[in-house]
Structures are given as C-alpha cells and as structure tokens.
Write a protein that binds this ligand. Structure first.
Ligand code: ADP
Ligand code: MG
Length: 412
C-alpha cells in the first residue's frame, strides 16, 4: 500500500523509532524532514554534511526497507542538506596568517617544557619534563553512548579514523563533567593506536597558557611554537580559559593556522560555544567554527544508569536496580560527581567486604539530593532577599535601614 505523501515521513519515522534506541532516534532522525517524494525518488533533508555522511553509511538501508514496506519499493534515496541552520564558511574573507611550521625530526615523544632551564645547566635545550598528556583510561569502548552525547561520539570516532580530513576543527562544547575530556582523549588514544608514529599533542588550555608564559620568561618561544606546531593531532581541552588572554590567543591563532594549513587535525573542547566566550578575538572565534561544533547535552536517566552499570562492571560488580536508580536520580548532570558517589559506595563496601545495596548507599550518601557545589553570589543574594522579603536592589543598594542591614549582613 502506498502511504499518502504527507504522512509518509511520519510513518517511516514511527517505524524506525521502534527499531533503534531512543538516543539514536533523537540524534539522527528527529531533525530530518522529507524534502521531495515520488515513487522513484525520496529526498531526505538533514542538518549538515556530517549527518549526511552518517545517514548514508549507517541508516540508508534501514530507511530504504521502511520506505519499501510503505509502498515505495523502487524509490532511490537521496540525503540533502537543508541549510538554513548550517553555518556559513567565510574562509576567503579571513586574513589568514600562516606561520611557518618546520617540524623537527624525532619530535614525536618529546614534550615542550620550557619551564626552566634543565638541571644540567644546558640552558638552551628543552627539558623533557613530565607533562600530563593522554590517559589510556579514556577510550571509545568504555564511553557509554546515549541521547546527549551520541553525535559527539560519532564525530570523534569519525576523526579518529581519518584525522585531518573530515571535521576540522572539531569543537565540542557542553557542561561540566559530561564527558568532553573523555571523548577528546579517546580520539588521541585511538589515533595513536592506529598510528604509533603520529604526534598527538594533548594540552589543557591552562597548561598551554602556563607554558606560553614560561616560554616568554625563559626565551623559549621557538621551542614552544615548534612543539605545538609539529602536532599531527592537537587536542586543546577547555578553551574557555583563553578568555581575556590576548597574547595567548594570538599564539594559539598562529598554531591553529599552521596546523590547519598542513591538514592536521585540531580538536577543541569548551564549556561554552565560541560566541559565548566574550573576550575571544573575533578572528580566532571565527576559526573555531570553521569545522564542526557539537553541543553535548547532559546524559538522560537511561544513559546515567548505563554508565553506572558499566563502571560497576569494570569492578566485576552487578549492582541492584534500586541502587542504580537511586544514584542516577540523585545526580542528574555531572557524570564526574556520579562516578565519585558510586566510588564512595564501592570503596566503602570493599573495605568491609559487603555487597553494595541501597541501604548502604543511603546510609553513606543520605537520601537528600546533594547540594549544588557552586553557589554564586547572585543566588545567595536572591535567596536571602526572598527569605527576608525585601528586594534584591535593597540588599545590594546603599540604604542603611535596620531591616535591610541585617539581611545584607547575612548574605555577606
Ligand atoms: P568534562 O571534560 O566534560 O568535564 P569528563 O570527560 O572529565 O567531563 O568526564 C567526567 C567523568 O565522567 C570521567 O571520568 C568520564 O570518564 C566519565 N564519563 C562522562 N561521560 C561518560 C560516558 N558517557 N560514559 C562513560 N563515562 C563517562
Ligand atoms: Mg574536561
């Protein structure tokens, strides 16, 4: 039976929803639309090139079969980008400044550490000090994929397979503790595994800033630049820390250009989108959005449960459902906090040779939801004002009436 054109896509989506996970459906299908339909050709609109490639490779057959069931047996499928949302690329308009990146031989394992001249007094040589780099704890295998992170996961896997060729730079942004570092590290670990010769440079932005300052101080600017510009894959974590640091941004801008010109992969994470980092230089901001920017969302309840199960399984433990439910309900946004509560329970049980259960967890963690860790001054003022039933303006204002001074003291 040929389903009416107007209803076709709803019908197809309805059937697909039943056969893929909720996370996959939301990520890949929710934003699709039917652009054109005839018995010979069905054109499906997708958000961007990344979706197009993923849909073609992963879901083409499933869609074709579902269309066939609904009477479109002969139809060829095409995916087209409906571009009202797609960012424009303005590369030509940019003032591209490229700084020569000459790559020293044997730089793969060396690390820039111009913190101080090394202990042997060879002031001109680069000290090979310890620096935190890739941690092999972070892999794609132990990352639980769910609705909020599926897109980021797929994009990271994509670049790990073919660094420098696809989405460059990849920009991941989202709240604290939701797996950004885990994913960008997994990219580095995977590339390194596939190609041990590849020079993977991972740096937290704070580290980049600190090293830059030290390089200026100890006149090691060239070593610093060479180290970062000889990367095959540069991973910069938490780029929001560039905020307000002009010199460092300029240095990174040149690093970016050199790598980009050489088709080297750049992966960046941030807790904000480029447009929400106010003091980012415009030319750098624009470059950050050249490739693909992906918004990571907090994981939903099911994903949080799956994460707990995976972490427990790593300890060869099978936790009771009510305990898993308790933990996933208590902590809803930050996986790092979720992990640390789980670890508290597991460590407690291990020391006493107990099987983890809900009673132990509630005894240890309490039944109330944990307080948010960071309470801003604004929140405090708001709460105090509400409690004393006066206005916020009064609390922060200059009036010295007794019924205002006391709440002001409390807030302070
Ligand atoms: P962010 O960099 O976004 O602040 P992290 O990558 O440091 O967050 O993640 C915090 C912790 O939560 C890490 O230990 C990480 O392994 C874990 N984590 C986050 N998301 C997942 C996930 N989907 N599956 C497994 N572990 C996760
Ligand atoms: Mg992080």
């Amino acid at each position: 039976m040929l389903v009416k054109e107007a209803d076709l896509w709803q019908t197809v989506l309805g059937e697909i929803e039943l056969s893929v996970s909720h996370g996959k459906f939301i990520t890949w299908f929710k934003t699709t639309r039917l652009l054109k339909v005839s018995p010979e050709l069905v054109v499906i609109g997708v958000q961007n090139i990344f979706f197009k490639q993923q849909m073609e490779s992963k879901y083409h057959d499933m869609i074709q079969q579902t269309l066939a069931k609904n009477g479109y047996k002969e139809a060829k499928i095409e995916f087209k980008i409906y571009s009202s949302l797609a960012p424009k690329k303005n590369r030509q308009q940019e003032d591209m400044v490229v700084v020569d990146s000459h790559r020293p031989s044997g730089a793969q394992t060396s690390s820039f550490a111009g913190r101080r001249p090394d202990g042997n007094g060879h002031k001109s040589s680069i000290a090979h000090a310890y620096r935190p780099g890739l941690n092999d704890r972070y892999t794609f295998d132990n990352f639980v994929v769910g609705a909020g992170n599926e897109l980021a996961y797929a994009a990271c896997q994509g670049i790990a397979q073919m660094p420098g060729t696809k989405y460059n730079p990849l920009f991941l942004y989202g709240g604290v503790g939701i797996g950004k570092t885990h994913l960008v590290q997994a990219v580095g670990n995977t590339v390194r595994q596939r190609n041990p010769q590849a020079n993977i440079v991972y740096a937290s932005t704070e580290q980049f800033v600190q090293e830059f300052v030290d390089a200026l101080r100890f006149k090691k600017n060239t070593e610093f630049a060479t180290y970062y510009r000889s990367a095959d894959v540069l991973i910069m974590d938490d780029i929001q820390f560039f905020e307000g640091k002009e010199k460092v941004q300029e240095e990174f801008f040149h690093t970016f250009n050199a790598l980009y010109q050489g088709n080297k992969q750049i992966v960046i994470s941030s807790d904000k989108q480029p447009k929400d980092i106010p003091t980012l230089e415009d030319r750098l901001r624009s470059r950050l959005t050249w490739g693909m920017a992906i918004d990571m969302q907090t994981p939903d309840y099911e994903t949080r449960c799956a994460i707990i199960k995976t972490k427990a399984a790593a300890h060869e433990l099978n936790l009771p459902e009510d305990l898993i439910d308790f933990l996933s309900t208590r902590i809803q946004t930050n996986i790092r906090d979720l992990e640390s509560e789980l670890n508290r329970v597991l460590a407690f049980c291990e020391m006493r040779s107990l099987e983890p259960d809900l009673a132990i967890a509630t005894g240890l963690l309490g039944t109330a939801k944990p307080r948010p860790r960071h309470i801003s001054a604004k929140q405090i003022v708001e709460r105090t004002a509400k409690h004393f039933q006066i206005s916020i303006e009064d609390i922060v204002g200059a009036k010295r009436d007794k019924d205002i001074v006391v709440p002001r003291q409390v807030a302070m």
